[in-house]
Design a protein around this ligand. Sequence first.
Ligand SMILES: [Zn+2]
Length: 464
Amino acid sequence: MVTGRGRKQIFGTVKDRTGKRISGWKEKLPSRADEEVLIKAVLQAMPTYSMSCFRMPKGMCKELHGLMAKFWWSKKAGLGYRPSRIWSSLIWGKDLLKAGLRWRVGNGEDIYVYQDRWVPLPMNFKIISTPQFDVSMKVCELFNAAGQWDEELLNANFWEQEVKAILQIPLASNHREDKLIWHYDQSGKYSVRSSYMVACMKKQRENGMEGSSTQDGTFLWKKLWSLQVPNKIKFFLWRCILGFLPSRQNLYHKKILNSPICPRCGKKVESVIHAIWACSEVKAIWSLSPWSANRHEWRITFFKELWQVVIVVSSKQEVDLFAFLCWDIWNDRNNLLFQGRSLENVSVFNKALAYQTEFYSVTLAPICSHNRQGPSQSYVNWHASLDGQYKINVDGAAKLAGLVRGVGVVIRNGNKEFIAACSRQVIGNFSAQAMELTAAKEGLQFAYDLGFRDIVLEMDAQGW
Ligand SMILES: [Zn+2]
């Protein structure tokens, strides 16, 4: 990421701070172990924060390296540590920070629509729609004359899910500057707790890489059965991985069909991996996905290999999306083959994303059957008297894997009769308390939107 904003100033501070910390420690550090912990935790986290957002001037890098190396070697010459080890940790930390950093939109003048990470979606915060505008377009060009999001423009040029996420970004009237924030903490500030969680996710991926390269293939299956997708999709993937899908190649081998050639492209043998991933006709669908950037580098012959790559390079939500996408691509192929109709690439992708969102919202808040789309009349009893007192029960589901949290709200009247309900998906690393409060806020807002004023809020405040 290149930026012109006071680069030298920023790095000047980094250097000063690093220097200050080091000289402070020189007197205070009690033991070698403490020293190492400090080096790893504080010193590394601090400068990498800036380095990950800005390209650090070369000279500064050298100076900083010198500063740290001097400290390190003066303290423990001959202990068997090498500076390269510090630096490899530093680079690890840098990637870690990058994984959670995104832009908070202010005046939108510093953020590139297609290149920067700014959309609050769980993928990588980047726009994944095919660019309809110049890649140098800035976010402020998506505002209308009133300084608000231009909904029409958004709807016409971005995915439904992206538009939804973008419209949720509040635009301040005071034209504050765009700012890089740490996504996984509500305050937007980098915190040890939330970074620890992202670190665990990253570590898991790295361990997965090691695990799959050994003879032990259990990781591959564990990952499959732990997916947050409908069971039918798990079994579908299981068949893909084992090569049991009735592709043309498989049916040809069983002498059921006379030709193994793919019904879509009509050129190549339709193996399982061809039908779902390699066929020229499905490439455009995958090009919309998080795996488009480096897919050409992957030498994949079998679906199992693809699965092994995907589970180590993707986040939990991405792997789930992968499953939904495979499912939809196979169904689309069947529709084409047996009913002569297939969806556009865009629609196949959108369908998978929508299916995932819907499934998440249902599995996260099982008491409610609908995702909140503003007050929906279909499940609101408008005949209920608004005179009496109403009771709102809220709950937040925080003990789930990944970053997806759920909030559920139920409104009942004085006779305990059901009036309305909603559920909503929240992305972020919230504590149980923060989750309860988010649920409470959601509940009150929902009740207010529906016109209820005399209300009692009831919440399950376990663990306070
Ligand atoms: Zn094909």
